[in-house]
Design a protein around this ligand. Structure first.
Ligand code: ADP
Ligand code: MG
Length: 271
């Protein structure tokens, strides 16, 4: 059963149809780029998928929840399964980096010590550990963007929706972030990443690419069958990233005690 499924989905802002008859389905564990020029409808599509905009026509399903007539009671349940990195970050300006990320776990009722470990691991993975106690309004755009990413991934969502998540980052950091998303994907998280940057898409040659124009799908390029055929991603060629052991800092490995939201079988001691 697909984890994301849209059938003839449409959405209009007044007279203007920002999404027109969009149909696609995504299996659990897929990585899909959502691409297309500015104004194509990428953000609108992501908003529909997390219940931020109602589905006006057609039908849809995300992580087992129907998007049609999604009740206010169901919305928080859907949001538990879906991590979102917003294009405009939406970090809490007067809170610290740590608080911004921890809040996502606090609302899920996670115990304090586990929150501490998980948040620290995610911040480490995003090179934010030295900023942990800084207020978000004292951060650069790129740092705020990483806080937004940290907050979305810290909960280990089933589905991760990321809207232009590297828009404010330099190429080197962008590749790191891509590696982070890819790592999560390899551990079972379904990822939909909106970008108009072909270099990011080239990072993962085996990912699926859905292209939108004027609210319609103009191309749906399925992932390559044989992953061994793919060209090495830029980060795989970047020896300095390997030396830094960046891969070892991913949060998935950080908590062995978290049964509730850690479907992974791999565990590793917290570092
Ligand atoms: P993208 O993310 O691909 O750049 P969007 O989904 O943000 O595109 O926008 C798709 C279209 O919908 C654009 O033409 C945009 O102007 C329009 N649009 C987006 N948000 C609104 C809004 N709140 N009110 C009216 N029109 C909107
Ligand atoms: Mg957008």
């Amino acid at each position: 059963m697909p984890i994301v499924d849209l059938e003839h989905a449409s959405y209009s802002f007044g007279e203007y149809w920002a999404l027109k008859n969009v149909s696609f389905s995504l299996d659990a564990g897929e990585f899909m780029f959502l691409t297309g020029p500015s104004g194509a409808g990428k953000t609108t599509l992501l908003r529909v998928l997390y219940g931020g905009l109602p589905l006006e026509r057609g039908s849809g399903m995300v992580a087992g929840f129907s998007l049609k007539n999604l009740s206010p009671a169901k919305l928080p349940l859907l949001r538990r399964e879906v991590g979102v990195v917003f294009q405009d970050f939406r970090v809490l300006a007067s809170r610290t980096v740590f608080e911004n990320v921890a809040i996502a776990l606090e609302v899920r009722g996670m115990a304090g010590p586990l929150i501490e470990r998980r948040v620290r691991a995610v911040l480490r993975g995003l090179n934010l550990e030295t900023k942990s106690q800084a207020r978000c309004d004292a951060l650069s755009g790129g740092e705020q963007q990483r806080v937004a990413i940290a907050r979305a991934i810290v909960v280990n969502p089933k589905v991760l929706l990321a809207d232009e998540p590297t828009g404010n980052l330099d190429p080197r950091l962008s590749f790191r972030i891509m590696e982070l998303f890819y790592h999560f994907n390899q551990h079972g998280t379904t990822v939909i990443l909106a970008t108009h940057n072909p270099e990011l898409i080239a990072c993962l040659p085996h990912a699926r690419v859905l292209a939108l124009e004027h609210g319609q799908i103009v191309e749906d390029e399925q992932a390559a069958e044989n992953q061994d055929d793919r060209a090495p991603a830029p980060y795989e060629q970047d020896a300095s990233l390997q030396e830094e052991g960046f891969s070892e800092h991913f949060p998935h490995y950080a908590d062995d005690a978290d049964q509730d939201s850690a479907p992974e079988t791999e565990t590793e001691q917290d570092r």
